[in-house]
Design a protein around this ligand. Structure first.
Ligand code: BES
Ligand code: ZN
Length: 625
C-alpha cells in the first residue's frame, strides 16, 4: 500500500472522534478501566445472550426513492437461556414492523449515538427462534451509494453498491453488526428489469436478467462482508473459478488487466491451503467507490482506478484475494484486532506477488510499503502506532492506517526470517485451518503462538519480542528493512538530476515500471522549482499520465510546489475519482494554503454529488472554513 499520507489524520473516514461527542458507548481511554479483550466497543448487540446465526433478506431496490425496502428474518440462538431481549445495531433505518413467528412483538429504538447508530431492542417470546423486521433504508445510508446514470461508465442506467466495513452494514440491515458474529444468509433482491444484482454470495453468472435475483451464502461470515451491487453488469470468465463483472464498456479491459487472478488463486492455495469459497470473482465499480478494493467473499469489489493497462497495480487483486484466507476465513473479533486481518493479508499480498511476478517486484513493493509505514510512524501519535490499538471512544475507522497493514506485515516477515520461510508457511497454513470460520482476538493469537512457534523455536523467538511488536508503538530495533537494488539506481539518478549533473531528458526511464516511478517521485525533496517541474513534465508528460497512482504522486508534488500547469488535471482527478486514498492527501495538502483551499473547495463542490458518503465525510473538513 502506498501513499501513506491518506491515512495521516487518524480520523480517516468520519469527522469527529467519538470521545468528543455525547453517546452511551464508552469513556475515553484515559479514564476507563483496562481494555476488555474481545469486547466489541463498536456495537450495541448482545450476541453473548442471544446470537443471530442466519439472515433471510427480501429487499427491493427503489432507485427513484434511493431506498432499499423490504424485510429481514433473523434466526437466533439463545446463548443465555434466561435472555429475553435481542439487541441489534441500526443506523438511520426506518423500522416499520417487528414480528416473531408471525406475531407482532414489542421493540424499542434506543438513544442514537452519532457514530454507533441506534440500538434496536426486541422482546423475544420464549421459544421463538426467528424474528422478522420490515424496514426501509435512508437515502443517505452511510453504507449505500446510489449513483445516477451519469456517474456510471455507460451513462444510461443507475447503479447501487454497498460498503459495510467497518460499521456500515447496520445502515442497510438491522443486525448484530460486529465481526465476532458470523451469519449465513439468503437473499432475494428485486431490481429494475434491465439491471443485474450481485452479492457477496453464490452468484449465477449467466442468470437471466429479469429483476428478480436470489443468493445464498452458505458459509458463516461477519456482517462487514455482506455486500450488494446492482447495475448494468455483464460477466466475463477469466479462468475456471475466476471471472469479472463490470459495466459492458469496462469488461474486456478489466478481464485482461486481471487475467492473472486464476494463477494467483492457484498459487495461494498451493502455499496456504484450499480456497474455501468456491468461486472468486471481481466486481468493477464506478470510480466513486471509496476504496481500492473490498474483500467481499466470492466477489471482491474493485476500484476501476487500478485498470492501468499494464497490470502494474494488480497487487490490489492479490490483496483482496489474500483476504479469502486472512480475514474472511480467519476474522478479527473486534476492530482492535484488525491487524490480524490486514497485517496477515499484506504479508500474503507480497508473497502472492512474488509467486506470480517474481522476486524483483516483491522487493520493490516491499520497499514502497516500508516507506509508507515509516511516514506513518513519523506522523502518528504513539498510541496509534500500536498493532492492538485501543479504539474505545473512537471511530472504528480510526484503525485504518499503515500500522495494521505494513507494521503487521513486517512483524510477520521478521518471524519468517527467524524461523525460515517453509516453516512459517507451514505455520500459516495450519493457522488458517485451525481458526477457519472463526473470529479471533489478538490474545487468542498470542496464546496460539505460545503453543506453536514459541514452543517449537524457543531459541529463535521470544514472547517478549512478540509483545513488543503487538503492544508497543514504533518498530522494534533490529526489525527487517526491505531493500531493492533497482531503487538504489533510482536514488542515484534522482540525486544526479537534482544536483544538475544530468538533465531530465537524460534520465533513462525506458525500463521503469510504476514502482520505479513511484519511488522516484515519492522521494523528491519537498521543494522543487517551477523550472525543474516543467523539465520533468516536458520530458515525461507526467501531468497526463494515465496511471492513477503515478498521477497521484505527481499531483502531490504539484500541489506542494503550486505547479499550476498540472492544476487542470488535478481538478479533473479530484472530480472524477472518489477513492479516498487517492483524493484525501491532495485535499489535505491543498487546504494548507488559502488559494489551494479555494481551488479544493471548487473541485469538492463539483465532485460532491458523485462522491460516496464516506469520501464526503473524510474530506469536507478540508474545504469548509
Ligand atoms: N478491507 C479493506 C478496505 C477497507 C479499509 C474497508 C478500511 C473499510 C475500511 C481492503 O482489503 C483494503 O485493504 N483495501 C486497500 C487496498 C490495499 C491494496 C491496501 C485499499 O482500499 O486501498
Ligand atoms: Zn485489506
Amino acid at each position: 500500500m502506498n501513499k501513506a499520507l491518506w491515512l495521516l489524520t487518524a480520523s480517516l473516514l468520519l469527522a469527529e472522534p467519538l470521545a468528543a461527542q455525547q453517546g452511551p458507548s464508552e469513556k475515553s481511554p484515559e479514564t476507563s478501566s483496562p481494555i476488555q479483550a474481545g469486547k466489541d466497543y463498536h456495537s450495541f448487540a448482545n450476541p453473548d445472550e442471544i446470537r443471530v446465526t442466519h439472515l433471510d433478506l427480501d429487499l427491493t431496490a427503489d432507485f427513484d426513492a434511493r431506498q432499499l425496502k423490504g424485510s429481514v428474518t433473523l434466526s437466533v440462538k439463545r446463548e443465555d437461556k434466561d435472555a429475553t431481549a435481542l439487541v441489534l445495531d441500526t443506523r438511520a433505518l426506518d423500522i416499520l414492523n417487528v414480528s416473531a413467528e408471525g406475531q407482532p412483538v414489542d421493540y424499542t429504538l434506543g438513544k442514537t449515538d452519532a457514530e454507533l447508530g441506534t440500538p434496536l431492542k426486541i422482546s423475544l417470546p420464549a421459544g421463538a427462534d426467528t424474528v422478522s423486521i420490515q424496514y426501509e433504508t435512508s437515502p443517505k445510508a452511510s453504507g449505500v451509494q446510489w449513483l445516477s446514470p451519469v456517474q456510471t461508465a455507460g451513462k444510461k442506467h443507475p447503479f447501487l453498491f454497498t460498503q459495510a466495513q467497518a460499521t456500515h452494514a447496520r445502515s442497510f440491515i438491522p443486525l448484530q453488526d460486529s465481526p465476532k458474529v458470523r451469519v449465513t444468509y439468503e437473499a432475494n433482491i428485486q431490481t429494475p428489469e434491465s439491471l443485474l444484482a450481485v452479492m457477496s454470495a453464490a452468484n449465477t453468472p449467466n442468470t437471466p436478467r429479469d429483476g428478480d435475483y436470489s443468493f445464498s451464502m452458505p458459509q458463516p461470515i461477519p456482517s462487514y462482508l455482506i455486500a450488494l451491487a446492482i447495475g448494468d453488469l455483464k460477466f466475463k470468465a477469466m479462468g475456471e473459478r475466476t471471472g469479472v463483472y463490470a459495466e459492458p464498456s469496462m469488461l474486456d479491459a478489466a478481464a485482461s488487466e486481471f487475467e492473472d487472478t486464476e494463477d494467483m488463486l492457484e498459487a495461494t492455495e498451493e502455499k496456504y491451503g484450499p480456497y474455501s469459497w468456491d468461486r472468486y470473482d471481481l466486481l468493477i465499480l464506478p470510480p466513486s467507490f471509496p476504496f481500492g478494493g473490498m474483500e467481499n467473499p466470492r466477489l471482491s469489489f474493485i476500484t476501476p482506478t487500478v485498470i492501468a493497462g499494464d497490470k502494474s497495480l494488480v497487487s490490489l487483486i492479490a490483496h483482496e484475494l489474500a483476504h479469502s484466507w486472512s480475514g474472511n476465513t480467519v476474522t478479527n473479533a473486534t476492530w482492535r484486532d484488525l491487524w490480524l486481518n490486514e497485517g496477515f493479508t499484506t504479508y500474503l499480498t507480497y508473497r502472492i506477488m512474488e509467486m506470480i511476478y517474481g522476486h524483483d517486484r516483491y522487493k520493490k513493493e516491499a520497499v514502497l510499503g516500508y516507506q509508507d509505514l515509516m511516514a506513518d510512524i513519523d506522523a502518528l501519535p504513539a498510541k496509534d502506532q500500536i498493532l492492538a490499538i485501543d479504539l474505545r471512544g473512537r471511530n472504528a475507522d480510526d484503525v485504518f492506517s499503515n500500522i495494521p497493514y505494513e507494521k503487521g506485515a513486517l512483524f510477520l516477515r521478521e518471524i519468517e526470517q527467524k524461523i525460515g520461510r517453509d516453516n512459517f508457511d507451514a505455520f500459516l497454513t495450519q493457522y488458517f485451518e485451525d481458526f477457519a470460520f472463526q473470529s479471533i482476538t489478538t490474545d487468542t493469537f498470542i496464546d496460539y503462538l505460545d503453543k506453536t512457534l514459541l514452543a517449537d523455536y524457543p531459541e529463535k523467538l521470544s514472547e517478549a519480542r512478540i509483545r513488543t511488536w503487538i503492544f508497543e508503538p514504533g518498530i522494534p530495533k533490529g526489525a527487517p528493512k526491505p531493500e531493492s537494488d533497482a531503487f538504489v539506481n533510482i536514488d542515484k539518478t534522482r540525486s544526479a538530476w537534482l544536483d544538475g549533473e544530468i538533465s531530465a531528458a537524460d534520465i533513462m526511464t525506458g525500463d521503469w515500471t510504476v514502482h520505479e516511478w513511484l519511488y522516484f517521485l515519492n522521494n523528491m525533496p519537498d521543494t522543487l522549482s517551477d523550472t525543474q517541474l516543467k523539465a520533468l513534465d516536458d520530458a515525461f508528460a507526467l501531468t497526463s499520465t494515465q496511471n492513477n497512482e503515478i498521477a497521484h504522486s505527481w499531483l502531490m508534488i504539484a500541489v506542494k510546489n503550486t505547479y499550476k500547469a498540472a492544476y487542470p488535471r488535478l481538478h479533473n482527478y479530484l472530480v472524477n475519482i472518489g477513492r479516498n486514498k487517492l483524493v484525501k492527501p491532495l485535499y489535505r495538502e491543498l487546504a494548507k494554503t488559502k488559494d489551494g483551499k479555494a481551488f479544493a473547495k471548487k473541485a469538492f463542490e463539483q465532485a460532491k454529488p458523485g462522491y460516496h458518503p464516506l469520501t464526503i465525510k473524510a474530506n469536507e473538513g478540508f474545504v469548509n472554513d
